[in-house]
Design a protein around this ligand. Structure first.
Ligand code: ADP
Length: 255
């Protein structure tokens, strides 16, 4: 759709945080959802731009069934139950179980339009759920959206050292500061004895972070409550403390 004016002039977005991962399924969308919910709860105008075009899980985590509307100026994001502004490919396609089989350049240009053609309004914090990986697609997305900082999500079953090196290089190329690392699925707490079970063994995330001079912001356990809240579309109302220290860091980001 072509719009009459640059809808982006109707958006005033103060801080943009990109959430990246080495591959799909490590919890990047979950981390995005928890952080956006936390900042929204603190009273900030919050948005999620779901740039994970081939695996868009944000609308489901928030239980959004409405589709996005447009007028002659641009698209409007859909508001979640607690008021988070969300744009995702699933809010545009008629049937959200249809797979998106676009090639990289089309994906990147769709994401660019989420930035330019969406009337976001006044946003204090926008979280961008990036396409997984550190290849061409996320790189092009970074080139089209002015990201202020990135958070890297890893899990202990990955080749974390390689992923972190690649993400660090990508951030350096783009001149974007790395806010830090989140290790997801770090452990499982035994419901009976509270013992932490390291399902995937030791992760070495602390040494890897130190090597690159970046911070480990949080280690989040496997928690069935997280998965069930995503499945039932109620992630924003779940009381979850695992990433509280990150919302404090975001709070303190300079204007
Ligand atoms: P990605 O965005 O990296 O592809 P998702 O955030 O969609 O990954 O997570 C993949 C699946 O794993 C989702 O169903 C999510 O609810 C679940 N999941 C992710 N992290 C956890 C966790 N720490 N505990 C329980 N389930 C999790």
């Amino acid at each position: 759709m072509d719009f009459l004016e640059k809808s982006h002039e109707l958006s005033n977005i103060k801080k943009v945080i990109g959430i990246v991962s080495g591959k799909g399924g490590v919890g990047k969308s979950l981390v995005t959802s928890i952080l956006a919910s936390a900042m929204n709860k603190k009273g900030y105008n919050t948005a999620i731009l779901d740039a994970d075009i081939t695996g868009p899980s944000i609308p489901k985590a928030f239980g959004i069934e409405d589709k996005a509307r447009a007028n002659k100026l641009g698209w409007f994001p859909v508001k979640s139950k607690t008021g988070i502004n969300i744009m995702s490919i699933n809010l545009l396609v008629e049937n959200d179980t249809d797979p998106v089989v676009w090639r990289g350049p089309i994906i990147a240009s769709a994401v660019k339009q989420f930035w330019t053609d969406v009337i976001w309004g006044d946003i204090d914090y926008m979280f961008v759920d990036m396409p997984p990986g550190t290849g061409d697609v996320p790189l092009t997305v970074f080139q089209s959206i002015p990201v202020d900082g990135i958070i890297i999500v890893t899990s202990p079953q990955e080749l974390v050292s390689m992923i972190v090196s690649k993400a660090v290089k990508m951030a350096e190329m783009m001149n974007i500061p790395i806010i830090g690392l989140v290790e997801n699925m770090s452990y499982l707490k035994c419901p009976d004895c509270e013992k932490k079970i390291k399902v995937f063994g030791d992760s070495h995330i602390d040494e890897i972070a130190k090597e690159h001079n970046i911070n480990v912001l949080a280690k989040m356990p496997i928690d069935p409550k997280l998965a069930s809240s995503c499945d039932s579309g109620s992630i924003e109302t779940l009381e979850v403390n695992y990433l509280n220290s990150i919302s404090q860091i975001l709070d303190e980001m300079e204007e």
